[in-house]
Design a protein around this ligand. Structure first.
Ligand SMILES: Cc1cc2nc3c(=O)[nH]c(=O)nc-3n(C[C@H](O)[C@H](O)[C@H](O)COP(=O)(O)O)c2cc1C
Length: 370
């Protein structure tokens, strides 16, 4: 190779050249489109499809399209169900009714936000079953979420995929199927305690995601988190996620005991990434401090661009509701914002690494900087 590289145990485990993974990001298929996934794999890292916002057939299509662009190893990330306030099985309409009866002040507050920003209400027109908990995957239609997740997992097992990543929840039921397919399983964690749980679930690799990361994130920053997770799961390999945007971040992650990096925000500004131009510009022009943790859009803590809506919720007397209520409430706000082309008030997750990113480049070039 023409450049010096760190070859680590992760490269052998995943059969890749460089220990760099595209983070699975499930923004309605826009954050990790086939061209981006394939470009990262072609560059010698591993491209990962953020599958959680895609219905099974869309997921299959995304994998197959990626396969027309690369025959190198690829992964798929899903957000597995965890406990939700509304209980599994509730539909979008069920939750909307409950919002009206039990949380009228929150409903009125969002109506006032829509009015303030000149948005015409355009409610999301799918019946969503609530157990897809984090909302990172976008709005997922389906008649039964457990079945939905099982169907997504079936697709992954049927298609040509080399790695499965569980963004949340317990992947233990996926592990035996993955073993049969010779597929590696990764589990994301934000604390040493959850790292032990993922290890008990049988994952091959633990991803330690720090506070600085984009999207749903925990409370512990990477400097203390990574070594603690490394110690908690040793000798299992640990991959670092959060705040990594160039080779210095990779070197730091390896120094802390990680064997590679799971990189999200830095790839959101790749030329191949299909997020809205407003979202890309926020990352390219924003400083680290512009990306704050808020429960505004899903009810769970997530790092995103601090827009006027995030500020309004911060200043409001009302606390955001727990998942799934806040997500269902704000899905309708997001849908209305999209319909009006107002991505400036939409949920735009990204991490503190944004402060390091000033230029859009092809993904292959980003891989070379990492
Ligand atoms: C737009 C966006 C969407 C995300 N969606 C998911 C997801 O669907 N599943 C998941 O496991 N993590 C998701 N994440 C978290 C990433 O997988 C990853 O851990 C994070 O981006 C790493 O931090 P960084 O953004 O600082 O690189 C998302 C992050 C962002 C920025």
């Amino acid at each position: 190779m023409s450049r010096p590289v760190f070859r680590t145990a992760l490269c052998d485990l995943l059969d890749i050249e460089y220990p760099i993974l595209l983070a699975g990001m499930g923004s309605r298929g826009k954050a990790t489109p086939p061209a981006l996934v394939a470009a990262v794999s072609e560059a010698g890292g591993m491209g990962v499809v953020g599958g959680s916002g895609l219905v099974p057939e869309e997921l299959r299509e995304a994998i197959r399209e990626t396969r027309t662009l690369t025959d190198k190893p690829i992964g798929v990330d899903l957000i597995l169900p965890a406990k939700v306030a509304g209980g599994a099985g509730a539909t979008r309409s069920d939750v909307r009714s409950k919002l009206k009866s039990d949380f009228p002040e929150h409903v009125a507050f969002v109506e006032s936000l829509m009015e303030e920003h000149g948005l015409t209400p355009v409610p999301l027109d799918n019946e969503f079953v609530v157990a897809n908990t984090t909302g990172e995957g976008g709005e997922t239609p389906g008649s039964n979420t457990k079945n939905m997740i099982q169907q997504q997992v079936d697709v992954i097992m049927e298609e040509d995929v080399q790695m499965f990543a569980a963004g949340l929840g317990d992947p233990s039921w996926v592990v035996p199927m993955a073993r049969e397919k010779n597929m590696a399983v990764m589990g994301l964690v934000g604390s040493p305690r959850n790292a032990t749980r993922q290890m008990d679930a049988g994952v091959d690799i633990v991803v330690a995601q720090g506070y600085e990361a984009g999207g749903h994130t925990g409370k512990i920053a990477n400097f203390p988190l990574i070594p603690q997770v490394v110690d908690a799961v040793a000798p299992k390999p640990v991959v670092a996620a959060g705040g990594i945007a160039d080779g210095r971040g990779i070197a730091a992650a390896l120094s802390l005991g990680a064997v590679g990096a799971w990189v999200g925000t830095a790839f959101l500004v790749a030329e191949e990434c299909n997020i809205d131009p407003v979202h890309k510009r926020q990352i390219l022009e924003g400083e680290s401090r512009d990306f704050e943790i808020s429960r505004t859009y899903t009810g769970k803590t997530a790092r995103m661009f601090k827009n006027e809506v995030v500020e309004a919720w911060t200043e409001a007397e009302l606390d955001p509701l727990p998942m799934p209520y806040q997500k269902i409430l704000m899905d309708d706000f997001n849908a209305s914002a999209r319909a009006a082309g107002r991505l400036d008030v939409h949920s735009n997750p990204a991490g503190q690494a944004a402060g390091l990113l000033h230029k859009s480049r092809p993904a292959g070039e980003i891989c070379r900087i990492l």
